[in-house]
Ligand binder design. Structure first.
Ligand code: ZN
Length: 113
């Protein structure tokens, strides 16, 4: 259940940004979540509703952009989306690869009023 801590730090960041912008209300929060982080949007939404009560972010809409797990093959240097349990390059069938995407977790932007 690391979503609680993640949501708390996300909310802190959003409130800090909103305050800097002199906002009265946060309308929308755009989040980027990499598939590999295992973070579940529904959980974040649940904690957000709870944690944001009484703040200017209460009632804000959360938007999640999920980034698939991407890998680069060390054998043929091609990049591809890594499917679960499929640790082989679809081009050369090699299984030496590095993860280049899917670990993202950040607030992309917020919309305030
Ligand atoms: Zn390959």
């Amino acid at each position: 259940m690391h979503e609680l801590a993640i949501t708390q730090s996300m909310l802190d960041l959003v409130l800090e940004q909103a305050e800097k912008a002199g906002a009265r209300e946060v309308g929308k929060i755009n989040l980027v979540i990499g598939e590999m982080t295992g973070v579940v949007g529904d959980c974040v939404q649940f904690y957000f509703n709870f944690l944001s009560k009484g703040s200017i972010a209460e009632g804000a809409a959360l938007s999640f952009k999920v980034i698939p797990t991407m890998a680069r093959c060390r054998g043929c240097d091609k990049t591809f989306e890594l499917k679960e349990f499929d640790w082989a390059c679809p081009y050369c069938q090699g299984n030496s690869m590095e993860i280049i995407g899917g670990k993202e977790l950040f607030v992309e932007s917020i919309e305030v009023e």
